[in-house]
Structure formats: structure tokens, C-alpha cells
Design a protein around this ligand. Structure first.
Ligand SMILES: [Fe+2]
Length: 149
């Protein structure tokens, strides 16, 4: 049985594509955050190690929510590293995880890219595709990344 939530098939497809790109971005972010948690060294090691752990746990919850939102809209979530790297806005090049300042700068830049992307996405999803539920959902994720940044 297919629910009719009064969003056209085409709009649902566009929103799902956008959500799959967000899913890929969140996967790249969680990988960088785990890298930070594992490889950070030096002064304040324990504080930073724990800070990064809290951050990747939060991103892990977001990842699950995004994938389930895609399924709610009747589409499939991409779920392979190959596919994530194909669609993400982010890159994994040039990241240095040996220096605390550089690690924090990398995580900040990554959160900023996601914030900027989400702000555009929310407008498109709400106004162009008329999916206010997803626009509200994405606003919650935007606020999370703004706070982390
Ligand atoms: Fe750990």
C-alpha cells in the first residue's frame, strides 16, 4: 500500500536525491570525526578524544534519521562507500590528522560545508518541492551542525 502524502512523485524523487547527498556528506563527516577521535594526540588528549566521540555519536544518529526519512518518502538510501564518494560535496584529500589545530580546522570546515548546503536545500525542499516535513527535519540537522561549528 502506498501512502498519498500529497507530494508529487517527481518532487519526492528530487527530495530523496538531495537527502542521499546529505547522507553521503554525513558519512564523510563521521569518518573524519572518527579519524580525529582515533588519531588526535598531545595536550588535552582525553578532552578532545571524548569531544570527538560525542560528535561522531551525534552524526551517527543523524545518518540513521536521514536514511529512514528517505525510506519514508518511498525511496532507497544509498549505502556503500563507493556511492557516498560519488555524490558527496566533500573531499577527503589534504586532511592532516596529526595536529590538533588542523584536525579542528578540518572538522570545522566540514561542518560549515554541510551548513551551507543545508541552508540551500531547506529552501528548495520547502518552496520548490513543497515537502515541509523534510524542510523541518533538515532545519533540525542544520541547527545541530551550526552548534557543532
Ligand atoms: Fe573510541
Amino acid at each position: 500500500m502506498k501512502p498519498n502524502i500529497e507530494i508529487s512523485e517527481n518532487n519526492l524523487k528530487e527530495v530523496a536525491t538531495l537527502l542521499n547527498t546529505l547522507l553521503a556528506d554525513e558519512y564523510v563527516l563521521i569518518t573524519k570525526t572518527r579519524n580525529a577521535h582515533w588519531n588526535v594526540q598531545g595536550q588535552n588528549f582525553m578532552e578532545l578524544h571524548k569531544l570527538f566521540e560525542g560528535q561522531y555519536e551525534a552524526v551517527d544518529n543523524i545518518i540513521d534519521d536521514v536514511a529512514e526519512r528517505i525510506r519514508t518518502l518511498g525511496h532507497f538510501a544509498i549505502a556503500s562507500l563507493k556511492d557516498f564518494l560519488k555524490v558527496t560535496h566533500l573531499t577527503e584529500q589534504d586532511d592532516d590528522f596529526t595536529d590538533q589545530k588542523k584536525i579542528i580546522q578540518t572538522l570545522l570546515n566540514t561542518n560549515e560545508v554541510i551548513v551551507r548546503t543545508l541552508r540551500n536545500d531547506i529552501v528548495a525542499v520547502g518552496e520548490k518541492y513543497k515537502d515541509l516535513g523534510t524542510a523541518d527535519f533538515l532545519t533540525g540537522i542544520l541547527k545541530h551542525h551550526e552548534k557543532t561549528a
